[in-house]
Design a protein around this ligand. Sequence first.
Ligand code: GLA
Length: 398
Amino acid sequence: MFALTSRRVLRRVATFVGLVLLLGSVTGPAGPMTAAATSARGAPTITKVPWGTVGGQPVDLYTLTNTKGMTVKITNYGGIIQSIDVPDRRGRRANVALGFDNLDDYVTSSPYFGCITGRYANRIANGRFTLDGVTYQLAQNNGVNHLHGGNVGFDKRVWAARTAKRRDSVALVLTYTSPAGEENYPGTLTTKVTYTLTDRNEIRMDYHATTDAATIVNLTNHTYFNLAGEGSGTIEDHVLELEARRYTPVDATLIPTGEIAPVARTPFDFTRPTAIGQRIRDAHPQIVIGQGYDHNFVLDRRPEDESLKLAARVSEPRGGRVLEILTTEPGIQFYSGNFLDGTLVGTSGRVYRQTDGFALETQHYPDSPNQPNFPSTVLRPGEEYETTTIYRFSAGHR
Ligand code: GLA
């Protein structure tokens, strides 16, 4: 997974060049603003306001605005994308990310809205895995299983933040060092997630981590989308296409059985654009277990291929908004918001009910540490965990 293939080296060189350019215009507290950062008209902007405290630590809400009508708000609490304002085909803007209008609701009640999930996104069976002969017992915070990093995962940490600007993008660079033994994971994990809003209406997420002892890592972003606007009702009419001819069926506790099954002739076949709701009431045993879709899809790529590729495309027929997801990851969890049960009041004061949002979480497969036939999620000292995912928005014409 983290082998230095030639493709990977090239990508890393490209990232390095990008980083140098980025650092050239970093707006540190005392650092000089570049011409690009200050050029008034037509430049993307990034600003922040205080948003409260968590455990005595101050939390901010950052607003990233590009020159193409898109505004994204991100807090350094959990690296949560709080809102994504994006125009539809008539230029009308709406917030397409489910969430809350205040920090307290994120702290007390969030079903992982918009956050960075880690150290291990999704489930680990019985919260247990063995690495180099040592067995680690993690929190069983989802029935008998471990979910999204445990009781206090990366979604509940206050991340250090700095901002960066380029001519055609703005970025929020979040860092968090997870001490060895935190949530019982081995190794100090030094983590960096860079959110970049580009003038191509993309949110680019670059994930980077290193460790001082062998560990496991699987990071993703857990935004729930509704492309008609959060609080506007169900996403069952959204049309989904996945670049995946196979998926990983699960047991009754949503742990993969280990099988990698074809989607052909099942409700899991999204290889052609299909409305999410079309087969969501099918009596297929996997739909019954998930109470809808809550499954990892195996992206169509060779195991050693870590290039950035299209994984998913979702379109909303009424307003015409389109979301494309590109990733370097081998899998994507499609979750149709099955556990939204009308108990949460969202950002615009509307209640979220089942299927009012969907998540598409780019990732390594759930429970990989216990599944020898899945791509490895082990990270060792000297290796670099490096993945990229892009949410690209556009608005189609009829
Ligand atoms: C993931 C899981 C779901 C659910 C959500 C968060 O998508 O696969 O089962 O736990 O996160 O509510």
